[in-house]
Each structure stands twice: as structure tokens, then as C-alpha cells.
Design a protein around this ligand. Structure first.
Ligand code: KG4
Ligand code: ZN
Length: 334
């Protein structure tokens, strides 16, 4: 049995989790700074770092208390190495190194995007690679083929905005607060998803890449024209039609890759995997194609340390551990 203490501070959540092996959560404390950043309409990096510093020790103690263990019960320390905000990442990594040094236990630096994927191992105890995976978060949109617990083939990615970023930017144009993804998700339920014919951007025929900036511009143009003509804007319809354009492309490309690779399961990960429209369309298409669809519970879709602990554990099991020279990599790729 391996007890992992994991830390995540890549953006605006300060989180610490304790895991038993790679799949069982003993505690997962998440302190969100969203309320603080909301008044600025997005995450302010310097503010995020300061808040992480204020919170981190308290969050770690809470995680230990809730798991009913102390530092000497820990076998492994996992921490997000990147990608993310440099100052925010530094708080987590310095803290994790200090703990690993003090208790003389190994440390593993984790790729945040891989962490999102590993959240699925916690919620789906029987899930094993290989599988096709769609990672959709605020900063990243990747289509990957997971070959093992630690190896991924990157097949497609966004060429401009990430899916979550598109949700957030369109939400802002609609006058909604940050982060806009969940609000668009809610509004969409009351709107007509075919009311406005926004573009579906598939790029070249054989491409698994994504592009969302053209769609975002189309929504902005639509809103500007309506405002210039003093016409009513039904924001539920705009939200639903925009969301439908995003999710159709995400779903069809993912299904196409799964079929090409003969995958019998599709796994979704990242904040946008919490989107109910995306979940239901993917489930519907998966059923049609005979492909099993999996995604984490909502709390494990968005940023949290438990997913980092899971990824750290699988690397540790393969002997892939870091050392105390571990440094942040703000632009780390999958
Ligand atoms: O994975 P995450 O917590 O952070 C990153 O690593 O980026 O993802 C945050 C993103 C935000 O853009 C947020 O608007 C989006 O995920 N998001 C959603 C939903 N919940 C969160 N987007 C659409 N529908 C949702 N229900
Ligand atoms: Zn994330």
C-alpha cells in the first residue's frame, strides 16, 4: 500500500489530497479563489500566487486531519509541475519539496493535463488503458490515445483557444461572470440549440485538431449586429447554439478517433467534461457506436489534487520519480 500526499496549485485552486494507492481518496481539500478573481473577470496571476502562499499550509493540515494521518505515514509526494502559472506552480512545488525532504520520501512532478486524465482512475475503479481521451479544460484541448498509465500519444489539439477559454470568452460577451462555462451550460438547457447557425469548425478532413476562435468571433459578430439594430438577444438561444457548435465538433472528432483506433472506450477529462450537453451528446453517440463513455464526477473534472496524486502514483510504480532539483515547467506539454 502506498500513501500519497499530492499538491495542486497551477491556477486558482489551492488543493491537497491524500490517496491510498492511485485510486482511493482519503481526503481531497480544494480551496477555490474564484470569488477573489471574479471581480477582475479572470485569474490574476500575482493574486493567485499570494493566495496559494496564504492557504497552502492550512490546506495540507486539513488534508492530513481528514485522512486521519500525519506526515510520517506518507510514502510519496506528488505535485503539479506544469503547465500553469509560474508563480502559482512555484508555491506548490517548493512546499512539496520541503515535505519530501523533511520526511525523506520520494517526490514525483506531475503533468497537470495527465492529472486530469487520471481523475478517471479514481472514479472508475476498473478503468485500464488503452483508451481514447478528450481533455477539455480552461487552458487545454487535447485529443489523445492513452497507451498505458503513463504514456500518451497526442493526436490532436487546439490551434487557438481552448474549449473552456471559448466558453469563458463567449460568457463574458453575454455579460455573464467568470468562469462562464457552467453558466452557459445552465442557460443552454433553457435555449434552442438550433436557433442560430454558428459554424462547426472541422479544419482539414483528416485533422484531429480543433479551432474555436472563429466560432467565438461569429458569436461576437452576431451580438454586435443585434445590438446595432437594437434587436432583442435571447441569451439562452445564443448560449445553447454556441454550446452545440462546440460539443458537436468535440464529440465527432473523438468518436472518429476511437473508431480509427478501435477503442472500446472514450474517457473525458478537464473542466469542460463537466458540461451536461457534452456528456449527453457523447453518451448518445457512444451508444450508437457501441463505445463506452466515461468521465469523472464533477468535482474531479475541475482542478484538484487527488487527480495529481493518482498520476504521481502510476509514475512511481514504474520507477519514474523526480528529485529535489525538480522545477516548475509553466509550458509543459502532454
Ligand atoms: O480543468 P479546469 O478546472 O482548469 C484548467 O486546467 O484549465 O477547467 C476550467 C474550465 C473553465 O474554462 C470553465 O469555464 C470550464 O472549465 N467549465 C465548464 C463547465 N464547468 C467548468 N465549461 C462548460 N461547461 C461546464 N459545466
Ligand atoms: Zn486543470
Amino acid at each position: 500500500m502506498t500513501i500519497t500526499l499530492a499538491i495542486e496549485t497551477s491556477c486558482d485552486e489551492t488543493s491537497c489530497a491524500i490517496l491510498r494507492d492511485g485510486r482511493e481518496i482519503l481526503s481531497n481539500i480544494i480551496s477555490s479563489q474564484i470569488e477573489i478573481h471574479r471581480e477582475f473577470g479572470g485569474v490574476v496571476p500575482e493574486v493567485a500566487s499570494r493566495k496559494h502562499i496564504e492557504n497552502i499550509n492550512i490546506i495540507i493540515q486539513q488534508a492530513l486531519d481528514e485522512a486521519n494521518i500525519n506526515f510520517h505515514d506518507i510514502d510519496l509526494v506528488g505535485v503539479t509541475q506544469g503547465p500553469g502559472l509560474v508563480g502559482a506552480l512555484l508555491v506548490g512545488i517548493s512546499t512539496a519539496k520541503a515535505i519530501a525532504y523533511a520526511i525523506d520520501k520520494p517526490i514525483v512532478g506531475v503533468n497537470h493535463i495527465e492529472g486530469h486524465i487520471c481523475a478517471n482512475y479514481i472514479d472508475h475503479k476498473d478503468l485500464e488503458p488503452p483508451f481514447t481521451c478528450l481533455v477539455v479544460s480552461g487552458g487545454h484541448t487535447y485529443l489523445v490515445q492513452a497507451k498505458s498509465y503513463t504514456e500518451y500519444e497526442l493526436v490532436g489539439r487546439t490551434r487557438d483557444d481552448a474549449a473552456g477559454e471559448a466558453f469563458d470568452k463567449v460568457a463574458r460577451a453575454l455579460g455573464l461572470s467568470y468562469p462562464g462555462g457552467p453558466l452557459i451550460d445552465e442557460l443552454s438547457k433553457k435555449g434552442d440549440k438550433y436557433a442560430i447557425d454558428f459554424p462547426r469548425v472541422y479544419l482539414e478532413q483528416d485533422s484531429y485538431d480543433f479551432s474555436f476562435s472563429g466560432l467565438k468571433t461569429a458569436v461576437l459578430n452576431y451580438l454586435n449586429q443585434k445590438r446595432q439594430k437594437n434587436e432583442d438577444i435571447i441569451i439562452e438561444d445564443v448560449a445553447a447554439s454556441f454550446q452545440q457548435s462546440v460539443i458537436e465538433v468535440l464529440v465527432e472528432k473523438t468518436i472518429k478517433l476511437a473508431k480509427e483506433r478501435k477503442s472500446d472506450k472514450i474517457v473525458m477529462a478537464g473542466g469542460v467534461a463537466a458540461n451536461e450537453g457534452l456528456r449527453s451528446l457523447m453518451n448518445y453517440r457512444g451508444k450508437e457506436e457501441g463505445i463506452k463513455i466515461l468521465y469523472p464526477s464533477r468535482i474531479l473534472c475541475t482542478d484538484n489534487a487527488a487527480m495529481i496524486g493518482s498520476a504521481a502514483y502510476f509514475h512511481y510504480m514504474e520507477g519514474d520519480i523526480s528529485n529535489l532539483y525538480l522545477n516548475v515547467e509553466p509550458n509543459l506539454e502532454l
